[in-house]
Each structure stands twice: as structure tokens, then as C-alpha cells.
Design a protein around this ligand. Structure first.
Ligand code: GTP
Length: 597
């Protein structure tokens, strides 16, 4: 295709502002799908995505659009993941485009993710086309939001398109604006092949499918290609694009976006951001911007029923086929038996995997407290990366501990600001900035990631009745006064409940955990002390009183069937309990105890 007829763009938006709906409309308008096929949202193709309304994997569609100038344009629409945990994938998708549609809900206005995404888009030198969506809503205030975009983002919004993705208003204007405003790609057909690996996923029929953006040269079937960073070589067996149905093509030239397959079985060979070149005539060096994604949040996953361990192993391996960004290795816990220590890109990523295991693979799981990665600087000069509080070395051998920090942007209506500042302050936050935009506050905080992984989102949402929006990125590690807090039930430490906390927060958290556990662990025939301790020092303590009578005692000699029912009930309860020493801890206790109130 003639380069001047190609437009590559992505849609950036805050969650729920209508990105997927608009994408579907554009596909429908350019004839990619029939009305019947339109009935289901197309770009979000996993069930969980649909239910959560979050786009997890970047996908792309090619649209042929006959513009008002009579020419046919090849529009490549790149769908990007909508959540911060997938920031690197978003950045690669953006790098594959020359422009972006900035979709802002005309009733909601600019939100934290709008801002974070638009800054990224600007960093990639994108031409940005603002779209004010949902103008069909009575609450829409397009003029106010237009001013907000200019004021907050500093973008000229005078020509912003007014649209309703739902009712189909403004769709043609958006397509015309794409053609007129977004620049065509540049590239040299005769240069050695340089194609960026934008994304990849496992397909049971095709093997690993790789989404590429060709920068220079041509990619075609039968070529021997090489991943410049991954180092492996492969023979291309298919080249094509998605409309959104798969269509095979003879080749992809410079500036084009499409997919290739090369009989690859393992997704870990296809690293997002890698450069694909030919074996015969390779490019001199990889394209800029490659980054290794590293899991930042870790937790243990254990089957409630120990017999499910193999099933859990199988299920995790299957999920991993399609998601190279999470890691897992076997772990044993005295309290929970055999399970896996898993690493995730962030909390939402953790939740998605956990939910898929529960729902799609029908597993009952116990999740231990999420933990970040701590750098332990040892007195012997070595540095250890700690993923699991249970592996904390003897504090006497530690020189100092560093923990990851983030910078968070929070957007909220003024009336919730006070409580939100308090929340950030309680979580050791350092306020960097506070400004107002049209009755709403934008506040920037630096926070230790460790304070965010527990329940920061939940708290923020409940404090602000769902009105606050939040976005963050990592800003490196800092020294912290961190200690390992152990929880002892009946004088035995429960490894699954131990956590790394800041010394200043240890006592409060310890007390809270003990109180929770006291309510969550049922009475036994004996008294059970529950303690929180740092090293040998107990910092909080509760006691569960002994049960007065056997549950079945009152049935002795009486109604047998009632007794049996009670015992059955107990047995059922047992299934969801973990025997710990002589104490039984219900599954809920592990989860609930880790939530802070
Ligand atoms: P994520 O995939 O979670 O990032 O969300 P999204 O930005 O793709 O939003 P989506 O398209 O799923 O739309 C969110 C909700 O807004 C859905 O319930 C849509 O039906 C609704 N919606 C989208 N566009 C419009 C519009 O123009 N008008 C109205 N009234 N509702 C809309």
C-alpha cells in the first residue's frame, strides 16, 4: 500500500469512556462486520474482559475507508489495554502508531487515566484528535469538557469531534479527522526488515500469533526471521491482518500493522518490544524502546483442597501460555501445603489471574498477602531480592532494605479530597502537587508500593463513592525501615500471614490482624492466643476463649439424624478450613485478615 494512504492510530481513554463501543462503531461503519456480528463487542474477546469491561490484550483491526476525497485509506486501529498494570504493552502499541483518538466522556470529563495515557501519547509524538463522546447523554457538557481538555492537557480542542459511539453520531467526522490530521507513516521498503513485536498471544490452531508493526523493509511468508533481542530464528508461515476476522496477505510493507505466525509454541519467546528482522539481510540494531517487563507484585496461591494441587499446576500453566508477564514457581507453606508463588504486573493483573483460575478452572484458592519485591542489602555486601516475606533473612545480617515507590495521580471531586489526603498520608505518602480543575482536585503523591498493594484501590473507591480515579507509575526504590511481622496462632507462626511492614505501621496493623482473626477463627475446646510479633517481640495479642460444650453434646441419646446433620455440616465446614497445629483456620480468615479496615 502507498504509504500516504495508511493511517495508524490508537484510541486512548479512561475506563468506561466508550473506547470499545467507538472501536466497534468504526468497524461497523467501514464494513468490517455485519450487524449481527456487531451484537457482541468485538475487540474485547475474553469473557472476563467483558464482565469487567477492561481490555486486557491489545488487538488491532484494519479498516478500509473511502474518504470524502474519494480515496481509499487503510486505517489500522490499535486497541490498547485500559489499565495501568499493562503500561508497557500500552507504550508499545502507542509506539506503533502515528496518532491517537483521545476519547473523553462528555459527562465525566478528564480522568486520571485520560491524563496518564495522553501524556504517553504526546511522548510518542502522536497527533491527537480529541473526541467528546456520549453527547447523547442529558448530563453531557461538551463545552465544559472541551475547556477542561485545553486547560488540563494543553491541547487545542476547538475542533474536537462531538460524538456518540452508542447512537452513531459523529462517526464519519471522526474518520475524516483521522485521515486529515493523523500523519501517514514513514518507512523504506528497500531497507533491511525492521518490525516491532507489538503483542503476541497463543491460539490453539495457529500457535503463537504475533502482532507486528513494520518500520522498514517487507515481511512475507517463507522468510527466515530472527528476534534481535530474544535471539531465536523462525520460518514465517502466515502473514495477514484482522478485519477483525483473520485475512491472509502476501506481505506487510513499511508502515503497516498486521500479524505473522511462525510455528512458535511458547509465548515466552515472543517478547513485546523486540525487533524482528531477516536472517539473510539483518538490520544493524534493534529498534529503540525494548524493556523487559518484570512482575512487581507477588503472592502465594494455594488450593483449598490439597488434592487440587495438580489441577492448579495445569491451570496455571495453561494461563501462562497466553500471558508471559506472570511468573510462577512452586512454594510450600506449613499452613497451606503445596502451592505456587506467583508474580504479577500489578494488583489488577493478580485479580484477573486469580479470578480466571477460580472461574474458568473451577478452583478454590487461598491467596496470601500480596507482597512487592524488596532489595535486601546484606552486611556481606550482597543484594537479595525478596519476593516472599517467609524468606526474610535474619535482620542481624541486613544492612538496609529498599522498597519500590510509585508516583500516583488521583482525581476526585473536592468534597472527598480531605479523606483522600488522609488516606495517602496514612500510607506514608508524600504530597507533591495539588491543583484544581473545574471543581475537581488533581493530587500527586509519592507512595511506597507496599502500602498500595494491600487495599488502596478499595479504600480510595469507598472513600470517594467511586468518584476518585487513580493512576500510577514506578519511580524506583528507596530505603525504608521495614520489618517482618509474624502472626502466631496458638503460639505457632502462620507463615501465610506474615508480612513485611513499615515499623511505624507494625503495631496498628498487628493489632488489627489479631482482632480480625479473633472474629474469624471459630472457638475450639481450648483457649487460643493470637499474637503479632516482630522477631521475638509480641506487639499485639488477642485470645479466643474456649468453647463451653461440644456442638453435638446436646443431641446425645436423642435425635440421631439431627446429630448426623450437624456432623455433616461440620465436615463441610472442615473442607474450607486449614488445620494448623491443633487449630482450624477457615479459608476466609486468610483473605479477610489481610484486608485492612
Ligand atoms: P474499557 O474497555 O473498560 O476501557 O471501557 P471502554 O472505554 O472501552 O468503554 P465501553 O466502550 O465499554 O463503554 C462503557 C459504557 O459506556 C458502556 O456501557 C457503553 O454502552 C457506554 N457508552 C459508550 N459510548 C456511549 C455513548 O456515546 N453514549 C452513551 N450514552 N453511552 C455510551
Amino acid at each position: 500500500t502507498d504509504l500516504s494512504r495508511i493511517r495508524n492510530f490508537s484510541i486512548i481513554a479512561h475506563i468506561d469512556h466508550g473506547k470499545s463501543t467507538l472501536a466497534d462503531r468504526l468497524i461497523q461503519r467501514t464494513g468490517g462486520l455485519t450487524d449481527r456480528e456487531m451484537s457482541a463487542q468485538v475487540l474485547d474477546n475474553m469473557d472476563i474482559e467483558k464482565e469487567r469491561g477492561i481490555t486486557i490484550k491489545a488487538q488491532t483491526v484494519r479498516l478500509d475507508y473511502t474518504a470524502r476525497d474519494g480515496q481509499v485509506y487503510e486505517l489500522n486501529l490499535m486497541d490498547t489495554p485500559g489499565h495501568v498494570d499493562f503500561a508497557y504493552e500500552v507504550s508499545r502499541s502507542l509506539a506503533a502508531c502515528e496518532g491517537a483518538l483521545l476519547v473523553v466522556d462528555a459527562a465525566q470529563g478528564v480522568e486520571a487515566q485520560t491524563l496518564a495515557n495522553v501524556y504517553q501519547s504526546i511522548e510518542h509524538d502522536h497527533e491527537i484528535v480529541p473526541v467528546l463522546n456520549k453527547i447523547d447523554l442529558p448530563a453531557a457538557e461538551p463545552e465544559k469538557v472541551r475547556a477542561e481538555i485545553e486547560e488540563v492537557i494543553g491541547l487545542d480542542a476547538s475542533e474536537a469531534v462531538l460524538a456518540s459511539a452508542k447512537s452513531g453520531i459523529g462517526i464519519d467526522d471522526i474518520l475524516e479527522a483521522i485521515v486529515a490530521k493523523i500523519p501517514p507513516p514513514k518507512g523504506d521498503r528497500d531497507a533491511p526488515l525492521e518490525a516491532m513485536l507489538v503483542d503476541s498471544w497463543y491460539d490453539p490452531y495457529l500457535g503463537v500469533v504475533i502482532l507486528v508493526r513494520v518500520v522498514n523493509g517487507v515481511i512475507k511468508k517463507g522468510q527466515n526471521i530472527k528476534f534481535m533481542i530474544g535471539g531465536t530464528e523462525h520460518l514465517i508461515d502466515r502473514v495477514g491482518c484482522m478485519r477483525p476476522k483473520i485475512e491472509q496477505l502476501p506481505e506487510l510493507g513499511p508502515g503497516e500493522i498486521g500479524f505473522i505466525t511462525a510455528q512458535i509454541k511458547d509465548i515466552s519467546q515472543t517478547r513485546v518490544g523486540d525487533t524482528i528482522t531477516t536472517v539473510k539481510n539483518p538490520a544493524a540494531k534493534p529498534l529503540p524502546g525494548f524493556k523487559e517487563v518484570q512482575p512487581v507484585v507477588f503472592c502465594g496461591l494455594f488450593p483449598v483442597d490439597a488434592n487440587d494441587f495438580e489441577k492448579l499446576r495445569d491451570s496455571i500453566s495453561k494461563l501462562r501460555l497466553n500471558d508471559a508477564s506472570f511468573s510462577f514457581e512452586m512454594e510450600t507453606s506449613a499452613a497451606l501445603g503445596f502451592g505456587f508463588r506467583c508474580g504479577f504486573l500489578g494488583l489488577l493483573h493478580l485479580e484477573i489471574i486469580q479470578e480466571r483460575l477460580t472461574r474458568e478452572y473451577d478452583l478454590d484458592l487461598i491467596t496470601t498477602a500480596p507482597s512487592v519485591v524488596y532489595d535486601m542489602h546484606m552486611k556481606d555486601g550482597t543484594v537479595r531480592h525478596l519476593h516472599n516475606p517467609a524468606d526474610m533473612p535474619d535482620p542481624n545480617h541486613i544492612e538496609m532494605i529498599e522498597e519500590p515507590w510509585i508516583e500516583a495521580i488521583i482525581y476526585c471531586p473536592d468534597e472527598y479530597l480531605g479523606s483522600i489526603l488522609k488516606l495517602c498520608q496514612d500510607r506514608r505518602g508524600i504530597q507533591k502537587n495539588l491543583t484544581y480543575v473545574g471543581g475537581r482536585a488533581q493530587v500527586t503523591y509519592e507512595l511506597p508500593l507496599n502500602e498500595v498493594v494491600f487495599d488502596f484501590y478499595d479504600r480510595l473507591k469507598s472513600i470517594s463513592r467511586g468518584y476518585a480515579s487513580f493512576d500510577y507509575h514506578q519511580i524506583g526504590t528507596r530505603e525504608g525501615d521495614l520489618v517482618k511481622m509474624s502472626i502466631l496462632v496458638n503460639n505457632e507462626p502462620v507463615d501465610a500471614l506474615s508480612m513485611i511492614v513499615h515499623r511505624s505501621a507494625a503495631e496498628a496493623r498487628g493489632r488489627h490482624m489479631c482482632e480480625r482473626l479473633k472474629d474469624l477463627i471459630p472457638r475450639h475446646l481450648f483457649k487460643i492466643p493470637i499474637q503479632a510479633a516482630i522477631g521475638g517481640k509480641v506487639i499485639a495479642r488477642e485470645t479466643i476463649a474456649a468453647m463451653r460444650k461440644d456442638v453435638t453434646a446436646k443431641c446425645y441419646g436423642g435425635d440421631i439424624s439431627r446429630k448426623k446433620k450437624l456432623l455433616d455440616k461440620q465436615k463441610e465446614g472442615k473442607k474450607r478450613m486449614r488445620e494448623y497445629g491443633s487449630v482450624q483456620i477457615p479459608q476466609e480468615a486468610f483473605i479477610a485478615a489481610l484486608r485492612m479496615g
